[in-house]
Design a protein. Structure first.
Length: 64
């Protein structure tokens, strides 16, 4: 997510769908490296409580 500087409802819907598909097959879905201007969108939509969000890929891999 480090290169994502903007996300709208369509983008959020794609991430939610991807997470559901991954978890359906027993996988773990995480987001890493959210840019500062994208974080509030996840917080306002309360998706920060739905997604596993890590500061960077290394952090995500060490906890997954």
């Amino acid at each position: 997510m480090g290169n994502v500087s903007y996300i709208d409802s369509s983008g959020l819907a794609v991430l939610i769908e991807a997470m559901q598909k991954v978890e359906k097959y027993g996988g773990r879905f995480a987001l890493a490296g959210l840019q500062e201007n994208v974080k509030p969108i996840f917080e306002i939509a309360r998706l920060d409580q739905v997604f596993r969000i890590y500061p960077d890929v290394d952090s995500a891999l060490s906890r997954e």
